[in-house]
Design a binder for this molecule. Structure first.
Ligand SMILES: Cc1cc2nc3c(=O)[nH]c(=O)nc-3n(C[C@H](O)[C@H](O)[C@H](O)COP(=O)(O)O)c2cc1C
Ligand code: SF4
Length: 509
């Protein structure tokens, strides 16, 4: 008898550990597996039992429900008010395109046997049999683009690193995941860490790197501990180390933990931080692909980018790029957060609309009030109004609509949101998190807060709005990195799409 209780942080935060303990103390003949979360966060803790028909889910389960679940013989799929039916048939999950997240919530995150039974290591074994050139061609052909924010083609970055001549090269996975409303990297690491390790190992073989680092934010203690255990297991298995799965390739992997700075997610600040220095942005060029970690050629990719690579290598570029639209190929792991009824992970092919995600999967706001605004792409992303909800979620359409996909986080707000306050927040966030290296960002963000305050107070509103737009232009054009360069995006989109909040009348709400 197998019972699955997620060990994902989100599930733990709503009592999954207590539920697991209560089940263990009362159902003695069951094996309890601590899986990752399926990503339907409003159903957590979601407990699953294995039956001859497939896995049956119950949720959200609390400790108080355990006695009645036992009385209903839930361990064999018995009827209960919390029963959700076969997990695979829950519409919210069944209609998704799970590629990168295909194993998350299904397997035991720390079992290589389970990982292999669900298609793990197929991509790496194939990569080992190929030349560096062939691996990079496959990744380039798949159309896989960076999921950290900029959407740069992964294969092209890898090609630059592969072509650099050096005694040492590195692979760095960016798991700083500082964007508001984002948690895909954490859920993947907690639910299927071997996929990230496999993606990094394939990247290492492709470019000739022998060492890798995963830079994880300190706010993710469970992810850090799960990943360290997975690295140790992969070592013992003969996957990591001097001979990757018996091949002539060597690959060692280490974790570095951040210290709470948003800008350390910027790739060059991240390199400084990994090197043990203060997280300040480096000027480019040189590109990290040529002079990165410790001055050596370095692949820097987001966790979700690297974790999509095993699927590309296992199923082939053609299968991967069969999904998506235009130059946005494959799937995006959207993360639904904020004031939303059904928050969580929605992995869909690029091209799904905002409306399908927030009103379809998300079922509207948790408060029950109408959605007024959403912010996509983290604190530097644009605010969209209802009239834009038919926009397709892909890189090009988002750009055309004045926004960006970023890391795929969507934060939902109801009618109580004040967009002038949100614009002020964007500037104050930048002032707090700026690394301080360049003036438009360091000083501009503080001037931005002051100017928005004047608008909110009704002081020379039109004049100050013009000044604010001028300041935005200076920050966009003059900042060294996207922290200062993109802060104007939430500010300008709020002004453009919600002009009624910038009239200077004391807050409407
Ligand atoms: C202020 C700032 C914060 C960033 N934070 C992250 C982050 O948390 N995770 C991430 O993967 N990329 C982040 N990025 C983007 C990285 O600089 C870089 O583009 C990315 O890690 C490259 O990987 P990708 O090509 O796979 O997206 C950030 C960029 C900026 C300017
Ligand atoms: S834009 Fe801001 S975060 Fe980026 S280098 Fe300049 S001061 Fe640092």
């Amino acid at each position: 008898m197998k019972i699955y209780v997620p060990s994902d942080s989100a599930a733990i935060s709503v009592g999954a550990n207590e539920v697991a303990e209560a089940i263990a103390s009362k159902v003695h003949d069951a094996t309890i597996i601590r899986n990752g979360s399926r990503g339907a966060l409003w159903l957590e803790p979601m407990v699953e039992v294995e039956t001859s028909k497939g896995r049956i889910a119950y949720g959200p389960v609390s400790v108080e429900d355990i006695d009645s679940l036992i009385a209903a013989d839930f361990a064999h799929g018995g009827a209960h008010q919390l029963a959700l039916g076969l997990t695979d048939e829950i519409e919210w999950l069944a209609t998704q395109d799970r590629v990168t997240f295909k194993r998350v919530g299904i397997i035991d995150p720390l079992s290589i046997a389970d990982y292999e039974a669900h298609g793990g290591l197929v991509g790496l074994r194939r990569a080992i049999s190929l030349t560096s050139h062939a691996i990079i061609d496959e990744v380039t052909e798949s159309g896989l683009r960076g999921r950290g924010g900029a959407g740069f083609p992964a294969g092209i970055k890898w090609k630059t690193v592969a072509g650099a001549v050096s005694d040492q090269k590195y692979i760095c996975a960016n798991a700083d995941e500082g964007d508001s409303g984002t948690f895909a990297d954490r859920m993947l690491i907690e639910g299927d860490p071997f996929t990230l390790i496999e993606g990094m190992t394939i990247a290492a073989i492709a470019v000739g790197a022998t060492e890798g680092y995963v830079y994880v934010r300190s706010e993710y203690p469970y992810a850090i501990s799960t990943l360290q255990k997975a690295i140790d297991i992969a070592h013992a298995f003969g996957w990591l180390g001097s001979s990757v799965l018996g091949s002539s390739h060597a690959f060692e992997l280490k974790i570095r933990v951040g210290a709470g700075s948003y800008v350390c997610g910027e790739e060059t600040a991240m390199l400084e931080s990994i090197e043990g220095k203060r997280g300040v942005v480096r000027a480019k060029p040189p590109l990290p692909a040529l002079e990165g970690l410790f001055g050596k050629p370095t692949v820097i990719n987001n966790v979700s980018t690297l974790s999509s690579v095993p699927a590309v290598m296992a199923d082939g570029a053609a299968a991967y790029k069969a999904r998506g639209v235009g130059r946005s190929l494959g799937t995006q792991v959207f993360q639904l957060a904020g004031n939303i009824k059904r928050g969580g992970i929605v992995e869909k092919a690029f091209g799904v609309t905002i409306d399908e995600i927030i009103n379809g999967y998300g079922a509207g706001t948790l408060s029950g009030n109408p959605v007024r605004a959403i912010q996509i792409g983290g604190p530097l992303g644009a605010y969209f109004s209802k009239s834009q909800f038919d926009t397709s979620l892909d890189y090009e359409s988002m750009l055309a609509a004045g926004g960006m996909l970023g890391h795929g986080g969507i934060v939902v707000f109801d009618e109580s949101v004040d967009l002038a306050a949100q614009a002020r927040f964007a500037m104050s966030f930048c002032a707090l998190e700026s690394c301080g290296k360049c003036t438009p960002c360091r000083i501009g963000s503080t001037r931005g807060v002051e100017t928005i305050d004047l608008i909110i107070q009704g002081v020379k509103v039109e004049e100050n709005k013009k000044l604010l737009l001028d300041l935005c232009e200076v920050m966009t054009d003059g900042s060294l990195c996207a922290m200062g360069g993109l802060t104007p995006m939430p500010v300008k989109s709020a002004m453009l799409n919600f002009p009624e909040d910038f009239t200077g009348e004391v807050s409407r709400r």
